[in-house]
Design a protein. Structure first.
Length: 127
């Protein structure tokens, strides 16, 4: 699934970069993704965090899209455990840094935070 969706997104980005109408549509779609990540980041924000929520959301989106680039290029397959760890480091670095290094599972286990962001992007009710 990551390969198909990641490839479709990268192809759309490349096409949209050449067309002003598509660029505005892409911008709107990315804002939906950023808003979803911002909601997740604001709800898990640790006390004393100085990095603005919008910046954390941008980093989360960049990590999300970067995973697709790594997978599509054949350089690396980021398993769900590593992706979850990376997202947690962005939303709560102090807490995540004190946890033991994750085992690399190599299988596709559910990603609650990423799945929740997907639901937020699609406008589904958050449970």
């Amino acid at each position: 699934m990551v390969r198909g969706f990641g490839l479709a997104m990268l192809e759309f980005i490349a096409t949209a970069a050449r067309d002003e109408t598509l660029t505005s549509l892409l911008r709107a779609r990315v804002h939906v993704m950023l808003d979803a990540y911002a909601r997740v980041a604001s709800e898990t924000r640790p006390p004393g965090e100085n990095l603005p929520v919008a910046d954390v959301a941008q980093l989360m989106a960049a990590l999300d899209q970067g995973v697709s680039v790594l997978a599509l290029s054949g350089i690396s397959t980021v398993d769900t455990t590593l992706l979850r760890t990376g997202l947690r480091r962005l939303v709560s670095p102090a807490t995540a840094a004190t946890e033991p290094a994750p085992g690399r599972s190599g299988h596709a286990s559910p990603l609650p935070d990423v799945e929740r962001v997907g639901r937020l992007i699609r406008g589904a009710a958050d449970s």
